[in-house]
Ligand binder design. Structure first.
Ligand code: BDP
Length: 688
């Protein structure tokens, strides 16, 4: 009996030892070798973190001495660093911390620790959390907020603190240095004394990792919270209200980062309610924060109900304001001109605002790319946007270079990502969604990085040694051949696969509205719904064809792009296939570059997406020897659901569009297994 109990104990101990629930992210604990850390700077919280990380994670020569040198150097920008096998040099303490993480990353991914200099592309690298004070997360698919609780008694528990520190550490490890901890659809109460106390508690935990805290604010807070008669940005009482609010915040949080503002957008109040401009609104807030070196990130995601072209609105409103913003304002622009669709051309605001600091905003949470069910490695999407040439200052004026200060002398540079974190044990719901958090940080640090390298690093850090055997170590060639190579390829193909089965060839915004943007919904059009919220407005399918005509003959959105792009996009024969139906309305028998009709090409894309999703299942099934049981099964289940979703998308869209094309689904395409009626009925069923 005793022996049985003993062996059960042993067994569970060994299971425990190997248990991987994803909570450690890409920072899984390693047996560290001893290291001696010498610091030239006076001690501080950030420095203590750097030292601790080295001691916990050192994989280099046992007993080595590592020197952390704080010294100004012309070649080092912002929080950049120099690393060598024997130390890190930086001009800020955060720079030392980032250098330490880079040193450790190289050790853990088996790279040689050559001497190197690394500067961040952007000064501010921020996560935007769409977390509400009641603990819910808008477009969150990984559980409740890590910052707010529904029954918030405003007592900060030890568990809260541990979570916030783990979160800050993960951010610091990839260079993220700021977090906006509440939703852009902001509640005014976030600025109340009660809530600010919790903001301070969060800020205190993030600070030792070099992460600053920011808030999203509601523009009408002076009226809603302060009881003023107006929130007009030019009203002296309003100006005073914001000034004293800023003072109150900085008294508690001296390094508070600043405000993120969604105003005069999607029903949110803003300066336009008072006949003022975005610049009037942003500048008033910027002046209030200026004495404390705070920033205003003013979102350009603005559109009002329209039956014209929603994609043109932000450009039309913001370009005339170029040069009119204070120097501590950054205009925050979503990567595409409409929303965070699976594929959009870059927003024409990039490069067009030449005298204003402009920052890209990406969506890490997969609102339109399968929530936390579908595997979509978004690095390729962001890379595509960053490397898009705007031509605004000649060839090579990529979105990356137009936003990082290389092309225009921007006062500030930044990049934001809408976070995908929640209280789920593995933070992001899907184990592979962690890769998107990681990739965002890496690209914000270096906007020239290639997705293949990011995937490679992330896979090594996240999965190497996962079964505790040599078979799953980076040094094992079987691991490289049987796990790393196929899984990396799966990641790199994954976003295109989602596009294929959901919105290929430039289709956009045809997702289900009833299921929170998961799955297909091209038919959705309840009576009286505003046109620009219905899929039909975007796909324009009729017997004449499909696609949104944004050419000169249509909405003329193409003219918001610089030549030679404008002409290229204006002509369906030169417009790249991936943007074809974004810019053109074309007949179903339009002859594609491949020689196919548009209809057949569409069918082929949907079918390919389904085949790719199934292929991902097969690839993953082969990895079982290399992955711990828990994460293997979790990903396997997700991939199974994703295949089902892919089939739904394909069947629904092909059958729906076929009503207009009246053309047969080619025999080479897998025939639909659902009827259109069944998919629509399923979509309309109230969701749990
Ligand atoms: C849309 C989301 C909505 C956000 C909005 C935004 O559906 O929840 O509030 O973006 O970015 O994509 O403000």
């Amino acid at each position: 009996m005793k022996r049985i109990i003993f062996s059960v104990l042993l067994l569970s101990a060994s299971l425990l030892a190997k248990a991987e629930d994803g909570h450690q992210l890409w920072l899984r604990s390693h047996q560290a070798a001893p290291v001696k850390v010498v610091t030239t700077a006076k001690n501080s919280a950030v420095l203590a973190t750097a030292r601790q990380e080295l001691q916990q994670g050192w994989q280099g020569n046992p007993g080595a001495t590592v020197t952390l040198t704080l010294r100004k150097d012309k070649a080092i920008k912002y929080d950049g660093y120099r690393i060598s096998p024997t130390g890190v040099q930086a001009s800020t303490e955060a720079g030392l911390l980032y250098g330490v993480f880079e040193l450790l990353r190289r050790q853990q991914t088996g790279q040689t620790a050559q001497a190197d200099l690394s500067n961040p592309s952007y000064e501010y690298r921020l996560l935007n959390h769409w977390d509400n004070p009641d603990g819910s997360v808008e477009r969150g698919y990984a559980g409740q907020s890590i910052f707010w609780r529904k029954d918030s008694s405003f007592v900060t528990t030890n568990r809260d603190k541990v979570r916030w520190r783990e979160y800050a550490r993960a951010n610091a490890s990839v260079g993220i240095n700021g977090a906006v901890i509440n939703n852009v659809n902001a509640s005014p109460k976030i600025l109340s004394a009660e809530y600010l106390a919790r903001v301070k508690a969060v800020a205190d935990e993030l600070r030792p990792y070099g992460v600053k805290t920011y808030l999203a604010v509601k523009f009408s807070s002076p009226a809603l919270l302060g009881g003023l008669k107006t929130s007009d940005p030019l009203d002296p009482a309003v100006v005073k209200w914001w000034q004293s609010k800023a003072k109150e915040i900085y008294r508690q949080i001296p390094d508070f980062g600043g405000f993120l503002v969604k105003a005069s957008s999607e029903g949110q109040p803003g300066p336009q309610d008072y006949g003022r401009t975005h610049a009037d609104g942003a500048n008033m807030l910027a002046d209030a924060l200026k004495p404390y070196h705070g920033l205003v990130m003013w979102r350009a995601f603005v559109y009002s109900p329209t039956d014209k072209d929603r994609a043109k609105q932000a450009y039309n409103e913001f370009v005339p304001l170029d040069g009119k913003f204070r120097d501590n304002v950054i205009v925050q622009v979503k990567n595409g001109p409409v929303d965070f669709q699976p594929r959009e051309p870059f927003s024409p605001l990039f490069g067009a605002m030449k005298k204003t600091s402009v920052m890209p905003e990406f969506q890490i949470t997969q609102e339109y790319l399968g929530h936390s069910t579908d595997l979509a490695f978004l690095s390729t999407m962001w890379e595509e946007c960053l490397q898009s040439d705007t031509y605004q200052a000649g060839p090579g004026s990529t979105v990356a270079r137009c936003t990082d200060g290389s092309v225009y002398p921007q006062k500030h540079t930044a990049m934001a990502g809408v976070a995908n974190t929640g209280l789920d044990r593995n933070w992001t719901g899907h184990d592979f969604a962690q890769a998107n958090w990681y990739a965002f940080g890496r690209l914000a640090w270096n906007n020239q990085m290639k997705s293949a390298q990011i995937a490679d690093e992330w896979l090594k850090l996240t999965f190497a040694g996962a079964t505790g055997s040599a078979a799953s170590a980076t040094t094992d060639s079987n691991w490289n051949t049987n796990f790393l190579a196929p899984v990396k390829q799966m990641m790199l193909d994954s976003r295109e696969a989602v596009l294929n089965y959901s919105m290929p060839l430039g289709l956009h915004h045809i997702m289900s509205a009833t299921r929170g943007h998961y799955g297909p919904g091209p038919w959705w059009a309840p009576p009286k719904m505003r046109a620009d919220w219905t899929p039909g407005y975007y796909h324009q399918a009729s017997e004449n064809g499909v696609g949104f005509d944004r050419t000169k003959a249509g909405s003329d959105a193409v003219s918001q792009y610089h030549e030679p792009l404008a002409s290229q996009l204006n002509n369906p024969n030169t417009c790249p296939d991936e943007y074809l139906l974004w810019f053109n309305h074309l007949p179903w028998d339009f002859k594609m570059k491949s020689g196919n009709t548009l209809w057949n090409e569409l069918c082929a894309h949907y079918d390919k997406g389904v085949q790719q999703a199934r292929q991902f299942q097969r690839i993953w099934d082969q990895t079982q020897p290399y992955v711990d049981a828990e994460r293997f099964a979790a990903v396997q289940n997700k991939l199974r659901s994703q295949s089902g979703n892919a089939v739904q998308w394909k069947d629904a869209c092909l059958l729906y569009f076929q009503q207009f094309s009246h053309m047969p689904i080619p025999a080479t395409v897998e025939p639909p297994m659902h009827t259109l009626e069944a998919v629509i009925a399923d979509d309309m069923r109230p969701q749990r």
